[in-house]
Write a protein that binds this ligand. Structure first.
Ligand SMILES: *[C@@H]1O[C@H](CO)[C@@H](O)[C@H](O)[C@H]1NC(C)=O
Ligand SMILES: *[C@@H]1O[C@H](CO)[C@@H](O)[C@H](O)[C@H]1NC(C)=O
Ligand SMILES: *[C@@H]1O[C@H](CO)[C@@H](O)[C@H](O)[C@H]1NC(C)=O
Length: 317
């Protein structure tokens, strides 16, 4: 790790799949989804997502209408395939906001996925609805309004204390999960979010098919935003190639940009223009430049994970 931290430095690019990347690659076909009925949604059409949250394994779920897109590519499935009880509450409409509670010192809620619909909140753990739910939002999160637009979890020290940030119109609520105190904030200069997402310690506000990266304490947006969500958070064949991925932050302190292992147990660590690979069962690290191994990626990576044999790399200034 020392070698890595000395040689490499931070930041951005685009989501792409390493294993099966090819121009015009058909979306979908890789996910083990069941039948999908009704209107086929295509995430590459520029959909405005209703809500975004990562699941227990860190895989993002993008909610739209009664569907959910899992991961960064592939077709939508019905939300009620993953969250069965939503079927019994269809009158509540679509998922307004969602987040995964992620505080290890709160074992009764840790890794629970909270879905907000209308006036109700659903708490799921490993795709099972927790007993007693759905409940009124006002009961579980006193001081937080109904009909939310977005929610995102913000652990200390990224927020001053362990917090969930709720968004409704241009109203911002910082909800302290320990004291249950609510602090209203002004996030001037930030668009109204229709969904919000914490991914690899960065905070993203989605609005329309665009997104902005923001500071969760102040709402400040640094850098050139908004950006096109399809360039970064979805693998769409028409998008990505034209991405201007030249914005670059120099890192002021040394840390890894991203580390992941793939399904075969190989470990990849990224920093700046370099990555280290450690093959499964071999404790020797080999270093190479990102460009030589991941041809489409010419800049730096700040998040990476593997999902169904694909290696995804994310970076967004
Ligand atoms: C999910 O919802 C669809 C349409 O709303 C319905 O046809 C289907 O039976 C539901 N599936 C489950 C597993 O509840
Ligand atoms: C943001 O939300 C507020 C309501 O809270 C609304 O008055 C305003 O028009 C919205 N702005 C945009 C750009 O939609
Ligand atoms: C481990 O990886 C190094 C570098 O790629 C290689 O030289 C070595 O032969 C490997 N060792 C084993 C036991 O596979």
């Amino acid at each position: 790790m020392k070698l890595l931290t000395q040689t490499l430095c931070l930041s951005l690019a685009l989501a792409l799949s390493h294993a099966h990347h090819q121009a015009g690659h058909q979306e979908g076909g890789h996910e083990g989804h069941g039948h999908t009925v009704g209107v086929m949604l295509d995430r590459c059409d520029g959909l405005e997502m209703d809500a975004v949250a990562v699941n227990e394994e860190g895989i993002p779920y993008f909610f739209k209408g009664d569907h959910v897109f899992k991961g960064f590519h592939g077709k939508a499935e019905l939300s009620n395939q993953s969250f069965a009880e939503l079927e019994d509450h269809q009158h509540l409409g679509h998922v307004d906001a969602a987040f995964r509670m992620h505080f290890e010192d709160r074992p009764t809620e840790h890794d629970h996925i909270f879905l907000f619909l209308d006036t109700k909140v659903f708490s799921y753990y490993k795709h099972m609805l927790e007993k007693g739910f759905p409940k009124d939002i006002s009961e579980v999160f006193p001081g937080i309004p109904d009909h939310l637009d977005a929610a995102v979890v913000c652990p200390a020290p990224e927020c001053e204390e362990d917090t969930v940030i709720f968004f409704k119109g241009d109203d911002i609520y910082h909800y302290n999960v320990k004291t249950k105190k609510v602090e209203e904030k002004m996030f001037e200069g930030m668009p109204n979010c229709t969904s919000a997402f914490r991914f690899m310690e960065h905070y993203y506000c989605f609005h329309g098919h665009q997104f902005s990266k923001f500071d969760p304490k102040t709402g400040d947006v640094h850098g050139r935003y908004p950006k096109e969500a399809r360039d970064y958070f979805m693998k769409c064949s028409k998008f990505g190639d034209t991405t201007d991925h030249t914005e670059r932050e120099r890192c002021s302190h040394v840390h890894l940009d991203a580390i992941t292992s793939d399904d075969a147990g190989n470990i990849y660590a990224f920093r700046g223009h370099h990555f280290l690979e450690q093959d499964a069962g071999n404790d020797t690290w080999s270093a190479d430049t990102i460009e030589s191994e991941f041809k489409e990626l010419h800049s730096e990576v700040d998040a990476v994970f593997s999902y169904e044999n694909h290696l995804y790399m994310i970076s967004a200034g």
